[in-house]
Design a binder for this molecule. Structure first.
Ligand SMILES: CC(C)(COP(=O)(O)OP(=O)(O)OC[C@H]1O[C@@H](n2cnc3c(N)ncnc32)[C@H](O)[C@@H]1OP(=O)(O)O)[C@@H](O)C(=O)NCCC(=O)NCCS
Length: 170
């Protein structure tokens, strides 16, 4: 982890950079799904909706050399809580910043008295799934299955997800 990294509370002055981070998160998903329409015409603007979520804890930002480079927060989720989002600016990934953000969110969830904390990466986000499993998110609570309702179903030859050694939620 970079020595000068600081995880701190979000402040109103962080709004433009947090919108930009949300846009980066959306871009990541657009590229994953090869669909540049995901998130609509103003993906960064969704951060404003997120900020207004009832029960939101945080958000918290990662500041490196005085510059905000990452974002996380905790959303209420069926009596427990969910870490959403976790995003690090694209040029600064794989340096430990995401790990520090997740550690902070987990500590906040624990301090708030929660006994578990959830993340919900999309199934295609294999990099994020590996990342979270390494951070201790190794219990599988739910699987969401969907069916394509288009008449002409596209052929799906994509990779199959290799499940990590996830424990079932017993
Ligand atoms: C997922 C994400 C938040 C992780 O943030 P990050 O800062 O890249 O994460 P870290 O650097 O802490 O860890 C990433 C990897 O880098 C490695 N790493 C950590 N510190 C490192 C260092 N100093 N040097 C080299 N590699 C390092 C870690 O081992 C880790 O490997 P793993 O993913 O196999 O566990 C970030 O990649 C991101 O924003 N992705 C796009 C958005 C996204 O998918 N968000 C999650 C949606 S639910």
């Amino acid at each position: 982890m970079p020595e000068e990294l600081l995880i701190r509370d979000y402040a109103p002055g962080d709004l433009p950079v947090c919108r930009a981070l949300w846009a980066e998160l959306t871009q990541w998903h657009r590229d994953l799904y090869d669909d540049q329409t995901i998130g609509g015409p103003d993906p960064g603007g969704y951060f404003d909706t997120y900020l207004a979520t009832p029960g939101l804890r945080g958000p918290w930002v990662a500041e490196l050399g005085g510059r905000v480079v990452g974002l996380t927060g905790l959303l209420p989720h069926w009596g427990e809580c969910e870490i959403e989002p976790v995003v690090v600016s694209s040029g600064l990934r794989a340096q430990g910043i995401g790990t520090a953000l997740v550690a902070h969110a987990v500590a906040q969830a624990r301090a708030a008295g929660h006994t578990s904390v959830t993340v919900r990466p999309v199934a295609r986000n294999a990099a994020a799934i590996s990342f979270f499993v390494r951070q201790g998110f190794d219990m599988l609570g739910q699987i969401e299955l969907s069916r394509d309702l288009r008449e002409e179903r596209p052929t799906r030859n994509g990779p199959h997800l290799t499940l990590h050694s996830l424990r079932l939620d017993y």
